[in-house]
Design a protein around this ligand. Structure first.
Ligand code: MF3
Ligand code: CO
Ligand code: CO
Length: 262
């Protein structure tokens, strides 16, 4: 297995793609409200990505393994949907829902991949805690990133905090190398042991995107071959950033202004 080291020119393109992906999450926030369908959110994001950003929405017609091509431009994963929810006019948001919106754009051949959680109205105390713990898991994972650290350090930090919070870590999906390929090596597991796995080097770019469940970690794939749900139908949350390994640590390529982590 080999992990790409990007040159300065490629890194600059990743920076641009990352910023553009982040801008989609900033844009869509005001549209997330009760009565809006996830299909409408997809249409708004698609138009913004294509017309305003002059980017390609990477999910649209994306193929992975034997699944049919993904039919929409973003993923919208509501409540017990873990990831890869397909926007639909039959899925209308209601007060108390929580959802992940996952954006991947391609600019000048390079990808920016990022997601965040939204709440519709006031979420339950459990939903709020799950959202906050999952974001903290992402940040704790990111803070492990520096040359010489290993991928297992990231997974261990995430797993430890999630399980200490009495939540569980989804095992079947992981972060990934990202560059001019959407999903490249390495696999970035959200569980594991410190000191194990690939050693990080400056110029590596990958996502960290923990999926954390309120109940058990087990999942089920729906018949559409994309939508992943919790087996016990309890809530799931996810946050994602695209990360660059720098000489002295990390750079979050998809950072939003609202975030305070450094
Ligand atoms: N954006 C997702 C990720 O973080 C992948 C979505 S693939 C799709 O890796 F086809 F479902 F869009
Ligand atoms: Co990703
Ligand atoms: Co993503």
């Amino acid at each position: 297995m080999s992990v790409r080291i990007l040159n300065e020119n490629e890194i600059d393109k990743m920076r641009i793609a990352g910023k553009l992906a982040a801008s989609v999450l900033n844009m869509i926030g005001e549209h997330v409200k009760a009565g809006v369908s996830t299909e409408t959110l997809d249409q708004i994001c698609h138009a913004f990505i294509v017309n305003d950003l002059s980017c390609i929405p990477a999910p649209l017609n994306y193929r992975n393994g034997s699944s049919p091509p993904f039919p929409k431009s973003i993923c919208t994963s509501v409540n017990h949907v873990v990831c890869h929810g397909i926007p639909s006019d039959r899925k209308v948001l209601k007060r108390g829902d929580i959802l992940n919106i996952d954006i991947t754009v391609i600019k000048d051949g390079f990808h920016g991949d990022t997601s965040k959680m939204f709440a519709v109205g006031e979420p339950s105390a459990l939903a709020r805690r799950l959202i906050n713990v999952t974001q903290e898991c992402l940040y704790l994972g990111i803070q492990q990133v520096r040359p010489g650290a290993r991928l297992g350090d990231i997974g261990h930090a995430i797993q430890t905090y999630a399980e200490k919070s009495r939540f569980s870590v989804v095992r079947e999906f992981c972060g990934h190398g990202i560059n001019d390929r959407f999903h490249d090596e390495p696999m970035v597991l959200h569980y594991g042991n410190p000191g194990e796995g690939v050693e990080l080097q400056p110029g590596m770019t990958f996502t960290i995107e923990p999926m954390i469940n309120a109940g058990k970690r087990h999942i089920r794939m729906l018949a559409d071959e994309w939508t992943v749900v919790t087996r016990d139908h309890r809530l799931s949350a996810q946050w994602e950033h695209t990360i660059l390994v720098t000489e002295d640590g990390f750079e979050i390529l998809t950072l939003r202004e609202e975030e305070t982590i450094h």
